[in-house]
Design a protein around this ligand. Sequence first.
Ligand SMILES: *Cc1c(COP(=O)(O)O)cnc(C)c1O
Length: 230
Amino acid sequence: MSARRDEIAENVTAVEARILRAAQRAQRARSEITLIAVTKTYPVSDVAILKELGIENFGENRDEEGDEKSALVDGVWHFQGQIQSKKLPSISIWANYIHSMDNGAHLEKLERALATHGSEKKIGIFLQLSLDGAPGRGGVREDELEPLASSVLASPHLSLMGLMCVPPVESQPDIAFSEVARIHQKFLSTFSHATGLSIGMSGDFESAIAHGATHIRVGSSILGPRTYPQ
Ligand SMILES: *Cc1c(COP(=O)(O)O)cnc(C)c1O
């Protein structure tokens, strides 16, 4: 267990150094960038270690995992996986942010679930942008962002954070992220408070930081290779 702690601590230090260097190169403050540790597929014991090491933000792709781990480790919990409509009531209970929103019916269902809880809780919404419109990986095209954003603004229990994007597999990060940044700038001219930009994973977060990432979602660089896909 403590060998695992040492391994994770070493990885967190290395990732922090990479973030700091990328921020300096981009003349940005480290504090502008939120590191989300993507804990999907890893045991809750790893999440507890991260928490001890000072990590506050955790990301999950599946409702069951997020529900279970968030009950055991206090933190800010992010959902970034493909959304199944029937899971939304459960996700609405444990998630603080959803990065993978790409569907108006899902927004309505989420708002209804939160209203039904009768809680003060608000969930922060990142709209997922798809650069190539390819089915399967989630996200909407640029021209579909505006109606979704308006619908978030009309939902008392949701707040519009900004955009999220996972570039197409074969794309070059610098090219893809500069396109995302351009679309985000245009989006900001209508939705000026939606300054969040959730881009960058283990392999490309330096490039994402150079292009204005405010939230990076990093899994394997911190926790090692995942043993089952997701
Ligand atoms: C798994 C996943 C990540 C983290 O990926 P790594 O390459 O392990 O850093 C980030 N974002 C999304 C949407 C993911 O599914």
